[in-house]
Design a protein around this ligand. Sequence first.
Ligand code: ADP
Ligand code: MG
Length: 265
Amino acid sequence: MKKFLENAEITRLLPDEDEGGMSKETHLVKKDGKKYVLRICKDIETANLYELISKKLEKYGFLPKLLNRRGKRLLYEYIPGRDLRKSDALKLAYKIGKIEGQISETKLPGQKPIEFDERFYQELEHLVKKKIISKQRDVPIKEKYKALRKKINLKNCLEVVDPSPDNFRLYNGRVYLVDIHAIKQDLKGRGLAKTFLKWIKTKKQRENFESGYNSVSSMKFLTRDYLEFVYLYHLVKNIALKYHGRRDFSKQIKQLNKLLKGELK
Ligand SMILES: Nc1ncnc2c1ncn2[C@@H]1O[C@H](COP(=O)(O)OP(=O)(O)O)[C@@H](O)[C@H]1O
Ligand SMILES: [Mg+2]
């Protein structure tokens, strides 16, 4: 790998459209007229995890092939074509749903259970302290969380926690999930919440998505209560993430208000 990279041209790789690309880990490598993708992970543990995820999901064929690994550096196949866009939602929802379903069925060894309540309350408390979420809203949020939490059975699994269009690519009619950083062990359905809030929105788009997901994994767990719970969990965590990253979270605040009024579909 070291030798391979020696005479290569290496540049940062950014999404086609100017959003995302937050991790700063992804690079384009040009060598002997061919393109590759190099991901430099923050530590060895992360690189181990990404290698494991690649091995586990390889059989589905939607990830770029992992070609080589040395320490924190992972070398992947370059997928030509283009990033997905929001306008692809209707046509490609089935394929996105299928990918998210296949990932949710994947078991990784050695994963610890997640302390959902602790995580949620910690973030919420912090956001209230910083006046990002008002004190008046703090109470209804906690009430809603508790009420829903009682009604549902929380699960965790491997999830596409960042199902943004620019983490997928379209090449020769096939959809690839190129951002390995978008896959994590998390609350089952968290990826669905983000997918639905961000770009798979209309009835028809969601029907297509659900058909794809259901073709590989049952979506029966996603009752109205479960969906409201993952919306709430996701929005609070997402607002916190954006706040820490100094990014705009006004859309998520609006969605949270809608959710509290029972109007978020
Ligand atoms: N294997 C790949 N083939 C082609 N393009 C890729 C590949 N991996 C990433 N990209 C492009 O680079 C962009 C940023 O990569 P990504 O892995 O999503 O990084 P980040 O974790 O910073 O979001 C993607 O939106 C996509 O346009
Ligand atoms: Mg990305």
